[in-house]
Design a protein around this ligand. Sequence first.
Ligand code: SF4
Ligand code: SF4
Length: 353
Amino acid sequence: MKELKDYSSEINKCSKCGLCQAVCPIYKETGNDCAVSRGKFVMLDGVLKGDLKLNKNINKYLEMCLKCGKCSDFCPSGIDVCEIFRIAKHEYLKNSFEGKVIRFFQSKNIFNNILNVFNRKSASTNGSLLYFAGCAEKVFPNNTYAVRDILKALNIETREPDFECCGVPFLASGNIERYEEAMTHNIEVLNSQSGEYILTDCTSCEHILNDYPNINKKIINTGDFIAQQNIKFEFNKKQIITFHKPCHLKDDTFLKNIFEKCENIEYREMENYDDCCGFAGQFALTNRELSSELTRKKAKFAINTGADIILTTCPACILGIKQGLLIEKGLFEKKPKVMYLSEFLKNASEITT
Ligand code: SF4
Ligand code: SF4
């Protein structure tokens, strides 16, 4: 496994141009240079030179990151920022008590037992289309049932062998050994299955599966899959919808195609629809105030559209938008519904091909 020192030249590729400041949601919110990649690289360079210790304070700034990857996308030096932050976090946690607690709760048995507390209907293992539900389906089972129902309208059954969590939560907390364990298991299962494609409905799973090395399947998300089929969705009553684009959803062109085939809906784009929702899993726990403010802003933009329903394709974003709505509108005021795209489509009064 690589160590922080192996990234020394990558860290030094940072020209301090500051372009990451223009796109980093955390920098825009705080104006704190330590919170954006440039500042973090200055600190990590100090650690590598022995001038600074990789301590709690530096970890605080490593955690002040949504892993949205926007700085990487814009970085003229092409630095894989999130990879470096993960390695640094792993190094910090390696010998700490906090790291031991994380490793305990994320160990295979404990993690899977916690997820199994949530009910789940048994999934088919002999359908024709390989499906990666991801562990969030245990928390949001309606969504997985929705995908299966839409596919049923196309006479397609899913096949769901014994996958593990894709590994996103392990990577986010710097538990790289556990990520590699889950990834190795999933690659073995994936490559043992027939077929050219694997379908997933979770943007985070899709993002990570695309990073797995040596897999013999193409990853396709349900949005793209549905858009490629000739399906029409008819809704009984007129509904106004809006969409939040998760950070890791690379291409959302399927939206236009799907919405054109929906009768009785009106799509209104929210301001900054592709800005991070501000939740980002662990970030919401370690940076409560920042997360509250970012999710509140996201909710406000969504509310401003007058939409009845806010759609997205990531379980963490659902939680983020719900958190924002609660902060923006309070406990008792009527709020727009927040839903997975597939759950919304499944609610159509008629699905025809
Ligand atoms: S955009 Fe890239 S090179 Fe420029 S300051 Fe940020 S991390 Fe450094
Ligand atoms: S990954 Fe996102 S939140 Fe983190 S430093 Fe880059 S732009 Fe900022």
